[in-house]
Design a protein around this ligand. Structure first.
Ligand code: FPP
Length: 239
């Protein structure tokens, strides 16, 4: 048998909880926003590395439904950073054949963010390379409740839907409709929890926790995670 390779056996859909921006900044005696800024730069580098490692989709937790609890100035900084990132990167993302997808309720963001997201998604919509999926104002519990509500509304009109409901149909009510299963979840900064991220979608994913802050997470770390993944025995409940 041939050796497993990243191309054939590596994780195709990788989700990342980019944690530790604040601690990175604190360690360096900088304000938290500088950690986010560095974290934003890291997104570029890791996306390029993901492509080199034959990944098809990177789903990044950029803003959770819980992040609104942070100080107003930090929330505002994160929104501006997202706009700045998309403004400066969309041309390059297009040259790299990247598609942009968003999961979460973006209507809560300011108009500048919403407009930039629409512009960037539109500019990249005909590409068919790696997918950069940003989770923005995303939370799994909210996503699942929203799916239930939308399903119930349809079932009210057509009660036959209730009998037919299965996992595949339910998945179509989630923000991630049509996306491939997540193969690998990476969380940086040493914390080992899921923080309301992709709870349905991670059912069979491999979990990988790494003790470096997100701004220090390099392509080598991503490669290590992918290599660790191919050495795991995934049985999906079978033998
Ligand atoms: C967690 O670090 C990080 C976030 C809440 C925001 C993630 C945002 C970025 C990586 C930058 C912007 C993204 C894009 C796509 C431009 P934390 O602040 O919770 O760190 P801490 O736990 O050390 O305080």
């Amino acid at each position: 048998m041939s050796q497993p390779s990243l191309k054939e056996n590596g994780p195709k859909h990788v989700a990342i909880i980019m944690d530790g921006n604040g601690r990175w900044a604190k360690k360096k005696g900088l304000v938290r926003s500088m950690g986010h800024e560095r974290g934003g730069n890291q997104v570029r580098e890791i996306l390029r590395a993901a492509f080199d490692l034959h990944m098809d989709q990177l789903t990044l937790y950029a803003f959770s439904t819980e992040n609104w609890k942070r100080p107003k100035a930090e929330v505002s900084f994160l929104q501006n950073l997202l706009v700045k990132f998309l403004k400066s990167e969309t041309k390059q993302l297009n040259e790299d054949n990247v598609r942009l997808k968003v999961i979460g309720d973006t209507t809560a963001f300011n108009k500048k963010v919403q407009k930039q997201l629409e512009d960037s998604k539109e500019a990249l919509q005909d590409n068919d390379g790696i997918v950069l999926c940003l989770a923005l104002n995303y939370g799994s519990r909210h996503e699942i409740l929203r799916a239930c509500k939308n399903f119930a509304l349809q079932a009210q009109e057509n009660p036959g839907h209730i009998e037919e409901l299965n996992e595949e149909i339910f998945s179509d009510y989630l923000y991630t409709k049509g996306m491939p299963e997540v193969d690998l979840l990476i969380r940086t900064a040493g914390e080992q929890r899921l923080s309301n991220y992709l709870l349905w979608q991670l059912s069979y994913a491999e979990l990988y926790f790494v003790d470096v802050f997100w701004p220090d997470f390099t392509p080598d770390h991503l490669q290590e995670a992918a290599e660790n993944f191919i050495n795991r025995d995934r049985r999906f409940g079978g033998l």
